[in-house]
Design a protein around this ligand. Structure first.
Ligand code: HEM
Length: 394
């Protein structure tokens, strides 16, 4: 019956949402801005005003539901709480992620990482910016922020892989993988060491502040670490991809670095690296004129909201002169607004600056190799690779 009431939603496939979602999202937004999508088993929200309404209203649209897999794998954290407990968990991290502290305490290290990774990547015969710069920059940065710089980057990727495997297993209805504890043991070992150490670090500060109980800290640290990896990699890779595939805009940025900020925001608008956020309804609700029963999964498409033509004229165009490009909802809105957004911005900015500096030093202007394919993905969206061609010499 739902299929008859929401025929566009009924026609949507996971493949479409993953590979080329723009047209189908536009049709949904135009005729079924809140729709039932059987392919994902969720209500699907594509209009910006409805998306914002749902994200702000945590009483009716919650993340605190035992069906969410993150909490089942890692334990309770701010990602799986609403209300006062969410505020307490988040409070513990607010200070180190404020823009002032990011600027004063981590930005210089981020710039150093970006320069090092960019020069190593550009030395290769076939430089590729996603695996060469965006990915390792995300890992190195979050280790610095947490105060775990001695941890091996490959270990972080192994932990993230273990976490991802467990999420997939639970999502397809399998039991929790028995070995997940073993696979994450060395992460929790490092966190435990930092908690006990006298060396200053964000992890040690969490113990001293005592906003979180000691037994809540490992999951909290894991959520912040994992929240920073794929997302920031995607954000930086998407920014490179947008600029390199719009050479006239890249030329303007080369000539005027003050345009980097708007270029980053316009890239964030067009391709939010985390394309959706999920909530469960706590009661029967009405959203965009549609009645949704209590206890159902609601997927909010940030990707669709960011291309709402009511707010963004000619929404599919990469246009850094848009007056309102910062009105995207890529960081979500409401109590769960991304905690790491200033760190993530500093990463992408440092990567772009390192690229432009390297071009100037080498006297070249790189181009995107012609067969490059743009961002793809159902939840996390990024290009498979961003290969650089040798470009022109100046
Ligand atoms: C240093 C990098 C990052 C860190 C440490 C980080 C951390 C976090 C944390 C801890 C939350 C949960 C906040 C809460 O529940 O109160 C969050 C939420 C979120 N983050 Fe980030 N994040 C980072 C980068 C990014 C990037 C690059 C994007 C997308 C471009 C992104 C998109 C989001 C979104 C959409 C949410 C809301 C999730 C929801 O409401 O369900 N994050 N982030």
């Amino acid at each position: 019956m739902r299929e008859e009431q929401w025929p566009v939603g009924a026609s949507v496939t996971v493949d479409q949402l993953t590979e080329s979602p723009y047209e189908v999202l536009a049709s949904l937004r135009a005729v079924e801005p809140v729709s039932w999508v059987p392919a994902t088993g969720a209500w699907f929200v594509t209009r910006r005003d409805c998306a914002i309404e749902a994200m702000k209203d945590t009483l009716r649209f919650t993340v605190d539901d035992e069906r969410f897999t993150t909490a089942r794998v890692l334990g309770t954290s701010m990602l799986s709480l609403d209300g006062p407990e969410h505020a307490r968990h988040r409070q513990a991290f607010v200070k180190p992620f404020r823009p002032k502290l990011v600027r004063e305490q981590v930005e210089a290290r981020i710039v150093e990482h970006a320069r090092r990774l960019m020069s190593a990547t550009l030395e290769s015969d076939q430089p590729e910016l996603r695996a060469g710069v965006a990915g390792p920059l995300a890992v190195a940065t979050i280790l610095d922020v947490l105060g775990l710089p001695e941890v091996d980057a490959d270990d972080v990727l192994r932990w993230y892989g273990a976490f991802g495997d467990a999420i997939v297993a639970l999502t397809v209805g399998e039991d929790m993988p028995a070995e997940i504890g073993d696979r994450l043991a060395s992460l929790y070992g490092h966190v435990g060491d930092a908690m006990a150490s006298d060396d200053p670090s964000l992890v040690r500060q969490l113990v001293d502040d005592a906003v979180l109980r000691d037994d809540e800290i490992p999951a909290a640290v894991a959520v912040v670490m994992f929240g920073a990896i794929e997302t920031s990699e995607g954000m930086t890779a998407n920014a490179f991809w947008h600029l390199l595939s719009h050479p006239e805009t890249l030329d303007r940025v080369r000539a005027d670095r003050s345009l980097i900020a708007v270029a980053i925001d316009e890239s964030l608008r067009l391709e939010p690296a985390a394309a959706v956020v999920d909530r469960y309804t706590t009661v029967d609700v009405e959203l965009g004129g549609v009645s949704i029963p209590a206890g159902e999964l609601v997927t909010i498409s940030l990707l669709a909201a960011n291309r709402d033509p009511e707010v963004f004229a000619d929404p599919d165009r990469f246009d850094i002169d848009r007056p309102n490009l910062a009105q995207h909802v890529t960081w979500a809105v409401g109590p769960h607004t991304c905690l790491g957004l200033h760190v993530a911005r500093a990463e992408t900015r440092a990567a772009l600056e390192a690229f432009l500096d390297a071009e100037a030093e080498l006297g070249v202007q790189f181009v995107l190799v012609s067969e490059s394919v743009g961002p793809r993905g159902l939840i996390f969206r990024k290009p498979e690779s961003v290969f650089l061609g040798s470009g022109t010499h100046h």
